[in-house]
Design a protein around this ligand. Structure first.
Ligand code: HEM
Length: 175
């Protein structure tokens, strides 16, 4: 590690740690749902969603105080990985929001409350929640994996690690 400490790189290091916790909570949430422990499932997923909200807030503050990254200086591989990463995060955000919205109706069903007096969960509602939820969890897992690669590129540009394929954009040499 021979480059200076860059506050943006430190910020993204914290963001990756946050995303790893989100992905772990999401995987645990799926396990709980499969065991039928829906109250604990809902808590795990809401905790994950709160951390996503905290990230979005921190990102707004990061833009305000530290500014944007400049991918024009990144290697082509690093930019491709960034775009794939952004797509994964988008899937996580959309899937998670849809799953959360649908869960408000699931909460009033016998599947969740276990009360015989409550209506059974409509199969289409369960299916939509499952599909949206699984998309969000897959987005979170792939988002965390690609975030680790994006961060490796940042470390390489800061000269903290040696990863030439993810480091600087090298302009073509003119004859
Ligand atoms: C972003 C938040 C959430 C995500 C990503 C999510 C994800 C999932 C997934 C992937 C499943 C299917 C598990 C499987 O069998 O593979 C599931 C099932 C379920 N979730 Fe969630 N969930 C979320 C929030 C909630 C909340 C807040 C509740 C509270 C009501 C809830 C209630 C349920 C119920 C009752 C089922 C079983 C549905 C059925 O099979 O009938 N979920 N969820």
């Amino acid at each position: 590690m021979d480059g200076p400490l860059d506050p943006k790189v430190l910020y993204w290091t914290g963001a990756l740690a946050n995303l790893l916790v989100i992905a772990a909570l999401a995987v645990q949430g799926v396990r709980l749902a499969r065991r039928g422990e829906y109250a604990r499932h809902a808590r795990a997923m809401r905790a994950a969603a709160t951390l996503v909200g905290a990230f979005l807030l921190s990102y707004a503050l990061k833009l305000l105080f530290l500014g944007r990254e400049d991918p024009a200086t990144w290697s082509r591989n690093a930019v491709t990985i960034l775009r794939v990463h952004e797509l994964c995060v988008l899937v996580m955000l959309i899937g998670g929001t849809v799953a959360l919205v649908l869960s408000r109706r699931l909460r009033r069903t016998a599947t969740f409350t276990r009360a015989a007096s409550d209506p059974a969960a409509p199969p289409a509602l369960s299916r939509r929640h499952r599909v949206a939820g699984r998309s969000a969890v897959i987005g979170a897992l792939l988002g965390a994996a690609t975030a680790a690669l994006v961060l490796t590129g940042m470390y390489a540009r800061a000269r903290w690690v040696d990863a030439p394929a993810l480091a600087q954009h090298e302009p073509a040499v003119r004859e």
